[in-house]
Design a protein around this ligand. Structure first.
Ligand SMILES: Nc1nc2c(ncn2[C@@H]2O[C@H](COP(=O)(O)OP(=O)(O)OP(=O)(O)O)[C@@H](O)[C@H]2O)c(=O)[nH]1
Length: 847
């Protein structure tokens, strides 16, 4: 109640204040508007009077009818402007139904009605006069004077606005008027100074305006009331809303209090209900969680249930998805339907042991899908018990790990196999040998390791590129696998080295048979990208148990045997013999000594004269490299040149030879000798070396001996892979100005057409043919054929290894051009060669 009383009080106060504010605002608006109206009326009146004086009264004055000092009394004359203003004022008041009134007034009044007749005019007029005095004879910014008065109980705006002499004629007329005797008298009686002199702009009179405000207020009253009603309405609505809310609140408060009481009275009941509710919610939550887990398991796991006998009774979609079977195809089937044969009996026996003990079995299983593909799962198989406690079902929950298994298998494969050929690598090979030997030891069987190294494979890489080399290796791997039995292992040791392991051999001879088979398969031409090439191979054999009891020893010994084959000229096979290990050790030692031989000045050159058949003179000399070893003595070329070739040292050593030969030419020339061309041997490795021509050109430039001073001999064997690259190298070499000879001619397989393409000048018949000319008719025929072929190709022929006069005469008779051999001279030291050159006598030719 108290609140309601306060609200009503506030409401009443708000209404009263609102009304007063509105009322005050309306009154001050009315007063401001009345003042504006007074300004407009005063301006209209003085303008009308001014227009009348200037436009009408002036004109009529010139016609004799205008106003003059006496015109008020003269018939036919228009009134003076002040009278005109008075008339207009009166008419306007009537026209506006006395909304406003005005009339001209002055202290120097023409008529009593125009004088300062009341308090307002007597108060306001001096204020206009004060402005008039402030600026004599100049246009003045007149300020009107006004105030609100209560006249006969009515509020009225009183307003006085100056009406100055707007024209000189106004001042003149008024001055004339002031001079009239009766006016002078009247001024005296009115107490006003007589004979006033007027000037233009001076205050002649003023317009007095009255505007009754009450009338306007009556009109505005309606507006005030409407506004008040509006505000009142808003207030009523607001207060009603407040009352309503207040009422609602108190009702709710009441009902809360009642509820509180009820709750208090049934507290015990509520407690037990709450306990029940919580229990129910707990059960619901557990159910929700369980079904979420089940959904999760169902989405990610492969789930199946089998009965005691292993028959499938339930499967989820994941199992159908991975196995490719439909639900109908699986339900009722034995779970062995998924068997992949990847697991042995033991695996399943152990599984059933665990399950029959009522325990969960965990493990990885490889299964087979309907389409035949394998998949791997990580499984947990849980035995489910019936009410009596005995196992009646098995729940299997599996996760697909096929991807992981495949990745593991890939990684295992990468770790155990060669990526290029797919063959077993050295690590797995060792493992396999180890396992097989364990078995062979028990059964006392034989086994063999065959070490296969391709011959001159580097030349294929250098001349045809690494990719072609790779293709050859892949093809070699394929051919090797085609040669062996299922239980044998073919591995790639690295580079161009392959191992074939033969376990359980019936006898040692079997290993040799296999080596022959392999070599004959590999000797068939390889065709890569349309190019045909021949690849030889060298095979070393180590036998178990006599050559080694373990994998490493067998591998090492087969390697030594293979090196023996290389040293013996390649493209053969041999069984290991104990001395070979010593030879292998020697080989390694010699290679490392060979490496610094040039720097240690251990190389020297020998020169073997080549004699012209016709001239009997030395027409060239073959340059022969010798190695003077500090401990080993003079090492024969046959011992160290193959080592230099296999180790790649032949390239720098070959360069050393060319440079040293050039240096010798310069020295001999400096000594005044006439030096014939020197013939230098180039090995196959050098011929296939990419920068051979550039290096020779650089040496020739550096040594300044002239290209004609050198000839190069290339063995027929080094042209075996008859490639365009070799032809191009030889052509560029010829382009330098040097001459080319084919060495050991007859030992290779050069075709006539190929010979024609080569830019060679000379063929050197191999000593093996010359040696037996007398005893071997076939050799004699070959030599004859070579010489006649060379002649037809316009090539020079040199016979090597001429040791007897018979041989010499035989060759001369066939038309051979030059010869060399012990008959003419052994290889000579530089000093002896120089001496021989100085002789230059026909006795070069033995009689
Ligand atoms: N294309 C190819 N070449 C390889 C690979 N691994 C090694 N090689 C090359 O195989 C060549 C092996 O050369 P070697 O066995 O030393 O010598 P070779 O030229 O066969 O001469 P010999 O064995 O003495 O008859 C080298 O040039 C290696 O760079 C490979 O994976 N691919």
């Amino acid at each position: 109640m108290h609140t309601i009383a306060v609200l009503i009080g506030v409401f009443a106060l708000a209404c009263g204040c609102g009304y007063l504010v509105v009322r005050h605002a309306v009154n001050s608006t009315i007063e401001r508007q009345a003042l504006t109206v007074a300004e407009i009326v005063a301006s209209q009146a003085t303008t009308a009077r001014s227009v009348y004086a200037r436009e009408i009264a002036d004109k009529l004055t010139r016609d004799g009818f205008g106003p003059n000092v006496d015109s008020a009394r003269l018939p036919g004359h228009v009134p003076i402007p002040a009278q005109f203003l008075k008339m207009v004022g009166r008419a306007s008041s009537e026209q506006s139904h006395r909304l406003y009134e005005y009339r001209p007034v002055s202290r120097w009044n023409l008529e009593p009605t125009q004088g300062l007749t009341d308090d307002f005019l007597r108060w306001a007029w001096p204020q206009l006069e004060a402005q008039d005095r402030s600026a004599p004879a100049a246009p003045i910014e007149w300020r009107a004077v006004s105030r609100i008065e209560t006249v006969q109980g009515q509020r009225v705006l009183r307003y006085l606005s100056a009406d100055a002499a707007s024209q000189q004629s106004c001042a003149a007329c008024h001055n004339a008027y002031e001079k009239k005797p009766e006016i002078l008298a009247r001024r005296l009686s009115d107490g006003v100074p007589a004979g006033k002199q007027w000037q233009q702009h001076q205050l002649l009179g003023a317009v007095a305006i009255s505007i009754p405000l009450d009338k306007a207020q009556q009109l505005a009253g309606g507006q005030v009331n409407e506004t008040a009603v509006f505000i009142f309405g808003i207030l009523v609505a607001s207060f009603s809303a407040m009352f309503w809310f207040n009422w609602r609140l108190s009702r709710q408060e009441r009902s809360l209090r009642e509820t509180e009481n009820q709750l208090k009275s049934s507290e015990l009941e509520t407690r037990s209900a709450n306990a029940l509710l919580q229990a129910k919610q707990g059960v619901e939550r557990a159910f929700a969680e369980l079904s979420t887990y089940m959904r999760g398991i169902d989405q990610h796991a492969i789930v199946s249930v089998t009965d005691r006998r292993g028959r499938i009774v339930q499967v989820n979609d994941k199992l159908l998805e991975i196995s490719g079977f439909s639900r109908e195809e699986l339900i009722g089937q034995d779970h062995r339907l998924f068997g992949s044969k990847a697991h042995g009996r033991e695996f399943f026996a152990q599984m059933w042991d665990t399950l029959e003990r009522g325990e969960t079995w965990r493990g990885t299983i490889c299964n087979r899908a309907k389409a035949g593909g394998l998949y791997w799962v990580d499984s947990a198989i849980v035995p489910l018990k019936d009410a009596s406690g005995s196992v009646d079902r098995y729940l299997s929950i599996c996760i697909d790990i096929t991807e992981r298994k495949r990745a593991e298998q890939d990684m295992l494969r990468m770790a155990t196999h060669d990526s290029l050929t797919g063959l077993v690598n050295r690590a797995l090979l060792r493992d396999r040998i180890h396992q097989a030997l364990e078995c062979d030891k028990r059964t006392q069987s034989l086994a063999a390791v065959l070490f296969i190294d391709l011959d001159q494979f580097k030349a294929i890489n250098d001349s045809l590129g690494h990719e072609t080399g790779d293709s050859v290796l892949v093809e070699v791997a394929r051919r090797l696998q085609a040669c062996v039995r299922a239980e044998d292992t073919v591995a790639r040791q690295g580079g161009d080295e392959f191992i074939v392991f033969l376990p359980h051999l019936p006898d040692a001879h079997g290993a040799g048979v296999m080596a022959e088979r392999i070599q004959s398969r590999l000797s068939l031409p390889f065709v890569i990208d349309g190019r045909e090439m021949i690849v030889g191979s060298s095979v070393g054999i180590a036998l178990f148990p006599e050559d080694g009891q373990d994998a490493d020893t067998l591998l090492k010994n087969s390697d030594s045997a293979m090196y023996q084959v290389k040293d013996a000229g390649r493209n053969h096979y041999t069984y290991f013999a104990p001395h070979m290990n010593q030879l292998a050790a020697d080989r390694y030692a010699m290679v490392s000594e060979l490496r610094g031989a040039a720097e240690r000045d251990e190389f020297l050159l020998n020169f073997q004269p080549i004699i012209g058949m016709a001239s009997g003179r030395i027409e060239a000399m073959e340059v022969l490299l010798r190695w003077q070893h500090p401990q080993r003595g003079l090492v024969p070329p046959m011992q160290f040149i193959p080592l230099a070739e296999t180790s790649g040292l032949i390239v720098p050593i070959g360069e050393w030879v060319i440079r040293a030969a050039c240096a010798q030419i310069r020295a001999w020339r400096a000594a005044g000798l006439q030096v014939p061309p020197l013939a230098i041997n180039l090995s196959a490795i050098q011929v296939h070396h990419k920068t051979l021509v550039e290096r020779i050109a650089a040496i020739l430039r550096e040594m300044e001996v002239g290209a004609g001073a050198l000839e190069f001999e290339i063995t027929e064997g080094s042209l075996m892979n008859k490639t365009d690259e070799v032809v191009s190298t030889l052509r560029r070499l010829c382009g330098l100005g040097v001459r080319l000879a084919i060495d050991d001619f007859g030992t290779g397989y050069s075709s006539l057409s190929y010979l024609k393409r080569l830019p060679v000048d000379t063929l050197k018949i191999d000593r093996s043919f010359v040696m037996d000319i007398r005893s071997d008719a076939e050799d004699a025929a070959i030599v004859g054929a070579v010489i006649s072929m060379a002649r037809s190709l316009k090539l020079k022929v040199i016979a090597e290894g001429v040791e007897t006069p018979y041989q010499l005469e035989f060759l001369r008779a066939l038309g051979c051009d030059q010869y060399q051999g012990f008959l003419a001279s052994k290889p000579l030291s530089a000093i002896d060669a120089a001496r021989r050159l100085t002789q230059r006598v026909p006795d070069d030719t033995p009689a």
